[in-house]
Design a protein around this ligand. Structure first.
Ligand SMILES: [Zn+2]
Ligand SMILES: [Zn+2]
Length: 272
């Protein structure tokens, strides 16, 4: 059984519930360790349709304070983390954000290609040809490679999020030409930098209806011996530890029986 969920948001970004409520839900679902990974505030110019920059920026210190309070009460059961957007052109912003607090761990996420938040709306994707999709997939994995090589992060979250609105085209792309090699390079870099790859149930709730990452990438990761973490990417109490039985069976089918977690950047293993 998976008892560690390392990906969760709160009412201080676009989530719905308080840190205390999320923690209570995690305990109620049998989690022995719960990691908060609120979004980092984003620089101007990186916008979503329903933008929450001001709210998140002003609330972030409150998030940190409340999670620290929970961690003080349950030092073995709570971790303070953050989900940081990787933006190729924002190195200074990123470095400042990750140093701002004493995070136990950092998720590195590619939600933007250039300044385009590609996971915002399916409308953007409807008009793309296969060739355009292919260009975006490639740009995504190149950005992810930069994220991993920066050495700033512990976990590569939702590793194939780019498939969110075009999963069939993505599956084709993945096994065409040298695309598998590019993805393999990213996974090898994750392993070689001491990071882990997240297995996320969020994909099950999104348009792609598939765990992040899909089976091809899972197979590559298992062959390379890439450590894994589990995350629900919950934005409300109902989604905490969402689909974890399915995630456990999925990971086991690729030979995994341990996941990892991080405290103050140090990596620990846990059987599931
Ligand atoms: Zn994310
Ligand atoms: Zn998230």
């Amino acid at each position: 059984m998976i008892t560690v969920d390392l990906h969760a948001h709160t009412e201080y970004s676009h989530g719905k519930d308080s840190p205390a409520a999320m923690y209570a839900a995690a305990r109620a679902r049998g989690m022995t360790l719960f990691g908060f990974s609120e979004h980092s505030p984003r620089p101007l110019g990186y916008n979503y349709t329903r933008e929450y920059r001001e709210h998140l920026t002003s609330c972030f210190p409150v998030y940190v304070r409340e999670v620290r309070e929970l961690r003080e009460r349950d030092p073995d059961g709570v971790l303070l983390g953050m989900e940081m957007d990787w933006m190729d052109a924002e190195q200074d912003f990123i470095r400042q954000a990750v140093r701002a607090y004493d995070f136990d761990y950092l998720l590195g996420s590619v939600h933007f290609i250039g300044t385009w938040g590609y996971d915002d709306t399916p409308d953007d994707w409807r008009q793309f040809s296969d060739r355009e999709c292919s260009r975006h997939y490639e740009a995504y994995f190149l950005a992810m490679l930069n994220m991993v090589r920066s050495g700033l992060f512990n976990i590569a979250s939702h590793p194939d999020l780019i498939k969110i609105f075009s999963v069939d085209a993505f599956r084709n792309w993945l096994t065409e030409g040298d695309h598998t090699d590019l993805v393999r390079d990213v996974l090898a870099a994750i392993r070689d930098t001491g990071m882990a790859m997240e297995i996320s149930s969020a994909g099950l709730r999104k348009a792609c209806r598939e765990i992040y990452p899909g089976p091809v990438i899972m197979g590559l990761a298992a062959d390379l011996g890439v450590p894994v973490t589990f995350g629900s990417d919950a934005h409300n109490v109902d989604d905490v530890a969402y689909g974890f039985d399915q995630l456990a069976a999925y990971a086991r089918s690729f030979g995994y029986d341990k996941s990892v977690w991080f405290r103050k950047g140090e990596r620990f293993e846990q059987a599931f």
